[in-house]
Design a protein around this ligand. Structure first.
Ligand code: ADP
Ligand code: MG
Length: 368
């Protein structure tokens, strides 16, 4: 466990009767970073937050805080505060009393409470709002009250469960900046939950991509965007072209019935793979100058770029983002750098992949 590590999940499983909600999840959380749990609804994001906060216990595995197992440590003994999706503010209390709530439970002296609450409100730019009622505050201001209520307890980690998903797009973008800036100034670790991949990419130091109770991939936004580990991540994290292929040898991959130079090695010769090329990495050329030749099927203007859908002669669909306009029905070339080809092991799960690879090796290397 590194020096900066606060929390470590070691093969944490959560089951409800027979239903596995988290399946041997392992990760580390370090101090001072902005983490995002990203994944579709029902994949286990809130469950992870509840386990960290101490609202529930794992079925198997251990949760470590610094170097101690905290599986059974109650919520009020953990240095964690949660900002809920609906903020869970007390409507009958004013802004000051909402923020002061946790400190009153701890029975701090009035003058200490006053000082701490005012500091917290100042931090979120709500100085002078002490006496306002919650219903007098806008959506963005309520979120700041909820954050002030969390930071006033001086936690080491703040958990935020989809706090922006109820806001309209404009306010949401503003709050993304504000939250990220606040985290930097505070230097406290944030663990933020969203099902919105753009939000995750824009805000995080590190993203955990979750699917069906498992972490599919973890890494920086650029790691995950540029080097998705499998089809699920590639699909989920942005619009992608995903095409089946075969590794010829290191740095050589075949797809669309052609062989291309790439930057990936370390796979088996002849290993079946899937390749990802982002739509913005495809450049439109004259047919004979492209690495691929395709027929243009549809074209949509998207404001900044055209979204062009084409088919190659092997029947693969290619989505292209380009500022160039093309003619529907025409034949064009597509050019791309070797580094734009991202090679992924074939299939969704490792077991599935191993089975395929076994079958594939047994029948003498014939493709299915
Ligand atoms: P997310 O926050 O990613 O949408 P959750 O962590 O809330 O997902 O839930 C993960 C899965 O656990 C869901 O399929 C949900 O239905 C199930 N689940 C959550 N709470 C319970 C419970 N108390 N009993 C049974 N299943 C539950
Ligand atoms: Mg949830």
């Amino acid at each position: 466990m590194g020096n900066d590590t606060i929390i470590r999940f070691d093969k944490v499983t959560k089951r409800y009767e027979d239903v596995v909600v988290l399946d041997k999840v392992s990760f580390e959380i370090e101090r001072g970073k902005f983490y995002t749990l990203l994944g579709p609804s029902g994949c286990g994001k809130t469950t992870i937050l509840r386990l960290i906060a101490g609202f529930m216990e794992p079925t198997e595995g251990s949760i470590m805080w610094d170097d101690k197992v905290i599986n059974h440590v109650p919520a009020n003994e953990r240095q964690v505060n949660t900002v809920f999706q609906d903020y869970a503010l007390f409507p009958h209390l004013n802004v000051f009393e909402n923020v002061a709530f946790g400190l009153r439970i701890k029975k701090l002296k009035n003058n200490v409470i006053k000082e701490k609450v005012q500091d917290a409100l100042k931090f979120v730019n709500l100085e002078g709002y002490e006496d306002r009622e919650i219903h007098e505050m806008s959506g963005g201001q309520r979120q700041r009250v909820a954050i002030a209520r969390a930071i006033v307890n001086e936690p080491r980690i703040i958990l935020l469960d989809e706090p922006l998903s109820a806001l309209d797009l404009k306010l949401r973008t503003d709050m993304q900046y504000e939250l990220r800036e606040l985290q930097r100034r505070l230097g406290i670790t944030f663990i933020f939950v969203t099902h919105d991949q753009e939000e995750a990419l824009a805000m995080s130091d590190e993203i955990f991509v979750l699917n069906k109770g498992r972490i599919e991939q973890s890494g920086t936004p650029t790691d995950i965007y540029d080097e998705p580990i499998n089809r699920f991540v590639a699909d989920f994290i942005g619009e992608s072209n995903i095409v089946r292929g075969r590794m010829i040898q290191d740095y050589q991959v075949e797809f669309a019935e052609k062989v291309f130079e790439c930057v990936d090695g370390g796979l088996q010769p002849n290993e079946p793979v899937e390749i990802v090329i982002r739509p913005e990495d495809l450049e439109i050329t004259m047919p004979d100058q492209g690495k691929l030749q395709v027929n243009v099927d549809t074209q949509l203007f998207r404001g900044v770029h055209y979204e062009i859908c084409c088919y190659d002669d092997a029947g693969n669909e290619w989505l292209v983002h380009s500022t160039k306009k093309v003619t529907v029905g025409s034949r064009i070339g597509l050019d791309f750098e070797p580094a734009a080809i991202h090679v992924m092991r074939f299939g969704e799960s490792e077991e599935e992949f191993d089975k395929r690879l076994e079958a594939y090796t047994e029948d003498g290397g014939e493709r299915e």
